[in-house]
Design a protein around this ligand. Structure first.
Ligand code: GTB
Length: 218
């Protein structure tokens, strides 16, 4: 990175997940930790996120945003791609390997995450109350369909395409959104895959940093 001041990311002042690392600042923290880039964190309240001043950083009033000198970014995937482009460690030098890793980033965000979010929303918000009991198994099976395909592709490999990449980082974070449902564990290789991601020292530093916010120690 060219500027001397470390980048600043935004995160929830009070994350609804109580420090379980499910909010999307965790992905960006992990990427920054993987590449060894120090960073500052600006904690924002739900009210402040909807103010015009914050929307100048993140037009949708969400976390995370990313500020590095006069560059302002939002969308966790784009932020991670930016970090990966400017540091070694998340994308290979070889152009084809790099392109495939970026493909996995998109697959995590555009193909695997949407049915997981749909299930999460229906479970959290008890949407469609009248048909909740029928809806949840349908949404779970949609998630299972994606996870089965992912599991088949991963096979007995450690990571999706050779060495650990930004694609794995995002995929592990997306799968983590199913924590507590038991669905990932139905696919042993996916359970092990997530555990491998969580065991990385960079993941653990990022997790500890966001947990410290919840514990009031950040
Ligand atoms: N596409 C954007 C990105 O990837 O950066 C999505 C950003 C986003 O959804 N941000 C959420 C947010 O700011 C937080 S991460 N929401 C507040 C709002 O929209 O008003 C989603 C999230 C939040 C909480 C939990 N949790 O408690 O378990 C999990 C995931």
């Amino acid at each position: 990175m060219s500027s001397s001041k470390p980048p600043t990311i935004t995160a929830f002042a009070q994350s609804p997940d109580e420090g379980q690392g499910l909010a999307r600042d965790m992905r960006v923290r992990w990427a920054l930790e993987e590449v060894g880039q120090p960073y500052d964190v600006c904690l924002v309240s739900f009210a402040a996120m909807k103010e015009p001043a914050y929307r100048a950083l993140q037009p949708f009033g969400q976390i995370p945003s990313y500020q590095e000198g006069d560059l302002i970014l939002f969308e966790s995937g784009s932020i991670i791609l930016h970090i990966a482009h400017h540091h070694a460690g998340l994308l290979a030098a070889n152009a084809n390997v790099r392109a495939r890793a970026i493909t996995w980033m998109f697959a995590a965000l555009n193909t695997v995450e949407p049915p997981i979010v749909e299930l999460e929303q229906a479970s959290f918000l008890k949407l469609y109350k009248a048909c909740h009991a029928q809806l949840i198994p349908i949404l779970e099976d949609r998630v299972r369909a994606r996870l089965g395909e992912l599991s088949n592709r991963l096979g007995d490999a450690d990571w999706l395409d050779g060495a650990f990449s930004a694609g794995d980082l995002l995929m592990v974070m997306v799968l983590r959104r199913l924590d507590g449902t038991g669905i990932v564990e139905e696919y042993h290789n996916l359970g092990d895959y997530v555990a491998r991601g969580e065991a990385r020292p960079a993941y653990q530093r990022a997790f500890a940093a966001q947990l410290a916010v919840f514990k009031g120690k950040a």
